[in-house]
Design a protein around this ligand. Structure first.
Ligand code: PEP
Length: 251
């Protein structure tokens, strides 16, 4: 049995002071619930120190939204895996579609970041997903397969420590969710790809989250699918109640 994992991607929202308030709100609902789900919040970079402090004593983990693959050096504006680790971060979102589309991140870069994250002991949450145009031209399987094979290449046994997030780009922030059947189909494809890249045992260990307009009212049905092991939540993670309701739907 895979432990479900629900992560909130706050994107570029919430100042440090607002982060403290949101985390307190999430904790006031979820602390003490005996929910066997891994819960993660991923605030903006400058919120991480405050967030780590606000999460002390909680079962909720802290994640970042990006990092650089190099350990250090002349990379103005970037941060390394070790810097995140020393800030209390345990997870890092990599290859989000916004980073791929707006900042030109390639599968090779995501792969290098994934290796660096694993080497530092972080859990990478590696995002893949097709655009609307790719889905409508029946290229979903080819696009997602290429992203999985490229972004998760050559990880050996460490592949088992990765989380994959299937996020159809057309569903992110649009209010248009993949149906449970559509999502399950791609999740099953991803698991088959992971088995080909490693072993069936490793593929069965990897958690595959769904992301794309997941809300309290559709979360339970999506996460009831056999290969959907949680959610990566954008908009609905910015309110304590809606994020906590999605976590409860995974319990
Ligand atoms: C995301 O950006 O990872 C995401 C899933 O966003 P939303 O839930 O707002 O669609």
């Amino acid at each position: 049995m895979r432990t479900k994992i629900v992560a909130g991607n706050w994107k570029m929202n919430k100042t440090p002071a607002e982060a403290r308030v949101l985390i307190a709100g999430i904790r006031s609902i979820l602390d003490g619930t005996n929910c066997p789900v891994e819960v993660v919040v991923c605030p903006p970079l400058v919120d991480l120190t405050v967030a780590a402090e606000a999460l002390k004593g909680s079962f909720i983990g802290l994640g970042a939204q990006n990092m650089h693959a190099a350990a250090s050096g002349a990379y103005t504006g970037e941060v390394s895996a070790q810097m995140l680790v020393e800030t209390g971060v345990k997870y890092v979102i990599l290859g989000h579609s916004e980073r791929r589309a707006l900042f030109g991140e390639t599968d090779a870069q995501v792969n290098a970041k994934t290796k660096a994250a694993l080497a530092a002991g972080l859990v990478p949450i590696v995002c893949v997903g097709e655009t609307l145009e790719e889905r409508e031209s029946n290229r979903t399987d080819a696009v997602v397969t290429a992203q999985v094979m490229g972004s998760l290449a050559d990880l050996g046994a460490d592949l088992a420590r990765c989380v994959v997030a299937y996020e159809p780009v057309w569903a992110i922030g649009t209010g248009r969710t993949a149906t449970p059947g559509q999502a399950q189909e791609v999740h099953a494809l991803i698991r088959r790809m992971l088995a080909k890249m490693s072993t069936g045992q490793v593929a069965n260990t990897v958690r595959i989250q769904y992301g794309g307009s997941m809300k309290p009212d559709n979360a339970a049905e999506l996460m009831a699918q056999p290969d959907i092991d949680g959610g990566l939540i954008g908009g609905a993670s910015l309110k304590a109640e809606s994020f906590a309701d999605i976590v409860k739907a995974a319990c």
